[in-house]
Design a protein around this ligand. Structure first.
Ligand code: NAD
Ligand code: MN
Length: 477
C-alpha cells in the first residue's frame, strides 16, 4: 500500500516526516499512516505540475496521444478494479458491491474523456469586414483537484480525467479520511505513461494542505467537491490569485412522490435514494415529499423496508448499509437525529450501532411529519436519515421542493407525463430524475444550482471548466 507523496512520478517522504492515520470505520482499525504534505511538499508538487505543463514534452504530446494515455489508464484500472474496490470499502466503510460500481464508473470516466481529448476544438467566427477570426480552447494550466471521502476515487476522476484530456496538469488532494485509492491511482497513471509532473497526488488535511493549494500563485484552477462551507472559503481564498474555481457542494435534494405514481417503485426509489452510500451522497434524496392521499401507504412500506436494512459488514455480500465514514461524521449525524426526535415523528431507526462490537454504524432512520424550519429538513445531514414531508398538489410539491438553499438534484415519481414535465421545469436543481433516482453516467453533466455550487462535472460540459477560449484575429487586407 502506497503512503508517500507522489510528485513528479516519484514517491517521496514528506519534508516534515509527519503522517496521519487512515481508519477503517467498520472495524476501527488503523489501515495505514500516510504522509502529511506541508509547504515544501505542496510547492514541490505545484512546481512539478507547472514545469510539466510548460515542458516541450507535454506540449509535443498530441491530444490524441493524451487520450490514448487516459484510455490505457482506464484499462489498467479495470484490471485492478477488485483490489481498488476492496481498498475503497476498507477506508470508507461502504459495502463492497457499491465500491465495485464506483470502480467501474471510474473506468468509464477515464475512457469517456480519453475520447474527448482530440475533440476539444474552437471555431471560425464570422465578423464584419475581411479579417479572419477563429477561437481555440486552451488548457487553463495547473489544476488542483480537492475531493471528499464519500466517493474517493470516482469523484477524483470526475476532475482529473477531463483536466488531463483538456491538456492541463494536475495536483490531486484526496480527503484525509480516504487517501489510499488516489495513491494507488498514481501507480496506474505512471504505468499508463503519463510523464513526470502531469499527475501528482499529495495527502494531508483540508485546512492545511488543501488551503495551501488554494492560495498557491502557481495553481490556475481549483476543482472542488465538498461541503458548502468549505466551498465558500475556497472561493474567498482563491480571489487573491484570481483562480478559476468550480464548486460541487452540498445538497438537500427533494424526492417527490405524487399520488398517481407506481408506489412500489417509488418507495424502492425513495429507499435507495437516501440509504445508498449510507446517505453520504451529495445528491441523496434526503427530503421525501409525499402527496397526502398516499402518505399512510408510503410511510408503512418505507418504515418496513428501513427496519429490514440492518447495517452490516461491508465485505458481507448481503450488506446494503455500511459504516459511516468516520467517528466524527457519526457524531454529526447522531446530533441531527437527536434534533429530529424533538421536532418530528421517528418511524424507523434512530440509533448508532456496531457490527461485531465495532465500527461507526447508524440505523436506517426515517422521520415523518417533518416540515421546513426543522433542522432535519433545512440542513444537510449527510447520513442515512430521511425526512418525510406531506404536500397536496403539484404547485405545493414544487414550492416545497424549492424551499431550500440547495439545488443539486431532485426526483419525481408520477405516471402523468404532463406533471413530470411541469415539475422538472419548476425545480431549481442541476439534475432531475423522473421515475428513477441516483443514476450517473460519464456523459451526463452533474452539478448544482444555488448553494450547491457552480460549474459541471462529467459530460462535455466539464471540459469548459478546464479550458480558456482564445480569440485570434488575422488582419487581411
Ligand atoms: P469538506 O468540504 O470538509 O472536505 C472536502 C475536501 O476539501 C477534503 O479533501 C478536505 O480535506 C478539503 N478541505 C477542507 N477544508 C479545506 C480548506 N479550508 N481549504 C481547502 N481544502 C479543504 O467536506 P466533507 O465534510 O469531507 O464532505 C462532505 C460534504 O461534501 C457534504 O457537504 C457533501 O454534500 C459534499 N459533497 C458534494 C458532492 C457534489 O458532487 N456536489 C459530492 C460529495 C460530497
Ligand atoms: Mn471535513
Amino acid at each position: 500500500m502506497r503512503t508517500g507523496l507522489y510528485i513528479n512520478n516519484e514517491w517521496r517522504r514528506p519534508a516534515s516526516g509527519a503522517t496521519l492515520e487512515v481508519i477503517n470505520p467498520a472495524t476501527e482499525e488503523v489501515l495505514a499512516c500516510v504522509a502529511v504534505a506541508e509547504e515544501t511538499d505542496v510547492n514541490a508538487a505545484v512546481a512539478a505540475a507547472r514545469s510539466c505543463f510548460e515542458s516541450d514534452e507535454w506540449r509535443a504530446l498530441s491530444p490524441r496521444r493524451r487520450g490514448a494515455l487516459l484510455h490505457r489508464a482506464g484499462e489498467l484500472l479495470a484490471a485492478r478494479r477488485n483490489e481498488m474496490a476492496e481498498l475503497e470499502s476498507r477506508q470508507n466503510g461502504k459495502p463492497l458491491f457499491e465500491s465495485k460500481i464506483d470502480a467501474a464508473m471510474t473506468v468509464q470516466v477515464l475512457q469517456y474523456y480519453a475520447g474527448w481529448a482530440d475533440k476539444v476544438a474552437g471555431s471560425v467566427i464570422p465578423v464584419d469586414g475581411t479579417d479572419f477570426v477563429y477561437t481555440t480552447r486552451e488548457p487553463v494550466g495547473v489544476v488542483a483537484a480537492i475531493v471528499p471521502w464519500n466517493f474517493p476515487l470516482n469523484l477524483a476522476s470526475w476532475k482529473f480525467a477531463p483536466a488531463l484530456a483538456a491538456g492541463c496538469t494536475v495536483v490531486l488532494k484526496p480527503a484525509s479520511e480516504t487517501p489510499l485509492t488516489a495513491l494507488a491511482m498514481a501507480e496506474i497513471m505512471e504505468e499508463a505513461g503519463f510523464p513526470p509532473g502531469a499527475f501528482n497526488v499529495i495527502t494531508g488535511g483540508g485546512s492545511t494542505t488543501g488551503a495551501m493549494l488554494v492560495r498557491h500563485p502557481d495553481v490556475d484552477k481549483i476543482a472542488f467537491t465538498g461541503s458548502t462551507a468549505v466551498g465558500k472559503e475556497i472561493m474567498r481564498q482563491a480571489a487573491d490569485t484570481l483562480k478559476r474555481v468550480t464548486l460541487e457542494l452540498g445538497g438537500k435534494s427533494p424526492n417527490i412522490i405524487f399520488a398517481d405514481a407506481d408506489l412500489k417503485s417509488a418507495v424502492r426509489g425513495a429507499q435507495s435514494g437516501i440509504f445508498y452510500g449510507k446517505g453520504e451522497v451529495c445528491a441523496a434524496g434526503s427530503r421525501l415529499l409525499v402527496e397526502k392521499s398516499v402518505h399512510d401507504q408510503v410511510i408503512e412500506q418505507l418504515a418496513a423496508r428501513a427496519r429490514k436494512l440492518v447495517p452490516g459488514d461491508p465485505f458481507d455480500s448481503n450488506t446494503r448499509l455500511g459504516a459511516i465514514a468516520s467517528k466524527q461524521r457519526q457524531d454529526a449525524v447522531l446530533s441531527y437525529i437527536e434534533a429530529g426526535k424533538g421536532e418530528a415523528t421517528l418511524v424507523a431507526g434512530g440509533n448508532a450501532t456496531t457490527v461485531n462490537g465495532k465500527g461507526y454504524f447508524i440505523e436506517a432512520t426515517v422521520f415523518d411529519d417533518a416540515r421546513p424550519g426543522m433542522r432535519i429538513v433545512d440542513e444537510e445531514i449527510f447520513g442515512p436519515v430521511l425526512s418525510v414531508i406531506t404536500f397536496d398538489g403539484l404547485e405545493e410539491g414544487v414550492q416545497l421542493a424549492n424551499q431550500t438553499v440547495y439545488g443539486l438534484a431532485a426526483g419525481i415519481w408520477t405516471r402523468d407525463i404532463q406533471k413530470a414535465f411541469e415539475a422538472a421545469r419548476g425545480i431549481r436543481a442541476g439534475t432531475v430524475w423522473v421515475n428513477t433516482y441516483n443514476l450517473y453516467d460519464a456523459a451526463a453533466p452533474f452539478g448544482g444550482f444555488k448553494d450547491s455550487g457552480f460549474g459541471r462535472d462529467l459530460g462535455r460540459e466539464a471540459l469548459h471548466g478546464y479550458t480558456e477560449a482564445k480569440t485570434v484575429w488575422m488582419g487581411l487586407q
